[in-house]
Design a protein around this ligand. Structure first.
Ligand SMILES: C[S@@+](CC[C@H](N)C(=O)[O-])C[C@H]1O[C@@H](n2cnc3c(N)ncnc32)[C@H](O)[C@@H]1O
Length: 293
């Protein structure tokens, strides 16, 4: 039988520091026990010493990937924060259809988890008569595979939120109650593994989704330092968001993103109690400057 290992707090801290270096994630106190349990089990089952496993987390790609997958929090569901989806349905998507009826709308669900967010965006855009191309990315390799498969448990439909739009995915519910999207919906989704803490690496700069009309980057900033939030917002605003594009974070996160963090080219807008960002084009900003002068 594997010998039981118990990690002391300072040893756990040293593993968490590896996690933060790899991913930017600073786990909440409530997640530390889960991480501790995983490391203790891994070490015991493989007869590693603590030091051996810690060193492997710098060199062994499979172990690194498994460690990162275990330490991410992947809570998500269809039409989460339905007020934001109401804004898309009632304002942003109809405007797009009016102004650019033939043009594909590019949407990026960054930190998409299993993919409910990406599919919610795609089916909502299709309902509004648009042709969406949704890029779904996450650091966790397992959730990305799940998103690619397009099959979801019925627990991804919640009774507390998202209810107004669940009818959009119910046509794809099977007898086993799972929601399985057909190929013609999956054709609107592209998946990629992307670490938001390394957006400026030479590899990522090449594959970053460009000219995105809408970016959803929700419920992930909460895990990052202020400095990393600022860095990510700058990179995606400058390199990924199209002029006049919209960027959504979760309603819990928006209050923490003040003018010291948000790039000048993003203006904060509100519609009722929905807050979001709009990228002001260079031309508009130049015009504004002239008026001031
Ligand atoms: C709580 S889920 C949010 C899912 C979805 N955006 C939503 O709001 O329902 C957070 C996701 O962020 C991902 N994540 C954490 N750190 C990341 C990083 N450095 N790069 C990319 N994704 C990351 C996790 O794997 C997880 O799937």
């Amino acid at each position: 039988m594997a010998e039981k290992i118990v990690l002391k707090e300072d040893i756990l801290d040293s593993f968490i520091s590896i996690l933060t270096t790899l991913t930017g994630i600073i786990p909440r106190a409530s997640h530390r026990d889960g991480i501790k349990y995983f490391i203790e089990k891994k070490i015991a089952e493989n007869n590693y010493s603590i030091d051996e496993y810690r060193k492997l987390l710098f060199t062994d790609k499979n172990l690194i990937s498994e460690f990162v997958n275990e330490c991410t929090v992947n809570e998500t569901y269809f039409f989460r924060e339905e007020k934001q989806f109401a804004l898309l349905k009632n304002k942003i998507f109809p405007n797009w259809r009016y102004k650019s009826p033939e043009k594909e709308i590019k949407i990026w669900s960054a930190a998409c988890s299993y993919g409910e967010e990406a599919y919610s965006l795609a089916v909502m855009a299709l309902l509004c008569g648009l042709n969406p191309m949704v890029t779904a990315s996450d650091i966790n390799s397992e959730v990305i595979e799940h998103c690619k498969d397009g099959v979801f448990l019925s627990t991804s439909l919640r009774s507390v939120d998202g209810v107004s739009y669940q009818k959009l995915v119910l046509p794809y519910q099977r007898e086993d109650r799972k929601i399985a999207f057909p190929q013609d919906i999956k054709n609107h989704i592209t998946t990629m593994q992307m670490n938001l803490a390394e957006l400026d690496s030479p590899k990522n700069i090449l594959i970053l989704p460009k000219n995105q009309n809408i970016i959803f980057i929700r419920n992930v900033f909460i895990y990052f330092s202020i400095e990393l939030r600022k860095q990510i917002l700058k990179i995606i605003t400058d390199n990924c968001l199209a002029d006049d594009g919209y960027l959504f974070v979760s309603m819990n996160e928006i209050a923490q993103l003040d003018s010291t963090i948000v790039p000048k080219s993003l203006e904060k807008l509100s519609d009722g109690n929905v807050f979001y960002f709009h990228k002001i084009s260079d031309a508009t900003r130049a015009g504004d400057k002239k008026e001031v002068l």
